[in-house]
Design a protein around this ligand. Structure first.
Ligand code: ATP
Ligand code: MG
Length: 144
């Protein structure tokens, strides 16, 4: 049977960037067998963060989330692996770092329900949308 190689969109969030954890997080991601197809460090504007998190527009935490996501640079990756979307959600752990399982990125490098170190797409469909939000076709050409 052919392997279901998928892509997912990962973000190392401002809390982890400011704490200088990005190298450790990338190391963990690669050690679990994800291939980094593309990667860049950017700083989101408020409008860009609002569009990216549009699904949460009506939530009570939306304005805090936008402030947080624009408070420092982020590092964005396209990850490839078999079942990358679900596999990366498992490696991230629960949304609230206080409830995240031992060994997960959010347990190791996050602080709370907002400052939780990383984002990962929650479905293959959303992964496609999120990847296109951050990367051009040229940046996604596989060189391997
Ligand atoms: P992400 O989408 O970033 O991968 P997630 O899917 O686990 O995380 P969502 O419910 O999509 O969680 O929420 C998006 C982000 O909003 C969370 O990762 C977190 O940074 C923030 N957030 C979620 N719930 C809360 C909350 N109750 N209070 C404050 N911030 C929150
Ligand atoms: Mg989410």
């Amino acid at each position: 049977m052919t392997k279901n190689i998928e892509r997912t969109l990962s973000i190392i969030k401002p809390d982890a960037i400011k704490a200088n954890y990005s190298g450790k997080i990338i190391d963990l991601i690669e050690s679990k067998g994800f291939f980094i197809l593309a990667q860049k460090r950017i700083t989101l504007s408020a409008i860009e963060a609002e569009v990216f998190y549009n699904i949460h527009r009506d939530k009570s935490f939306f304005s805090d989330l936008v402030s947080f996501m624009t408070s420092a640079p982020i590092s964005v990756q396209v990850l490839e692996k078999e079942n990358a979307v679900n596999s990366y959600r498992l490696l991230m752990g629960a949304t609230d770092s206080n409830l995240a399982e031992e060994g997960t990125i959010r347990k190791l490098y996050g602080s709370n329900i907002q400052n939780n170190a990383v984002h990962g797409s929650d479905s293959p469909e959303n992964a496609e949308v999120e990847i296109k939000f951050f990367f051009s076709g040229l940046e996604l050409l596989s060189k391997t």
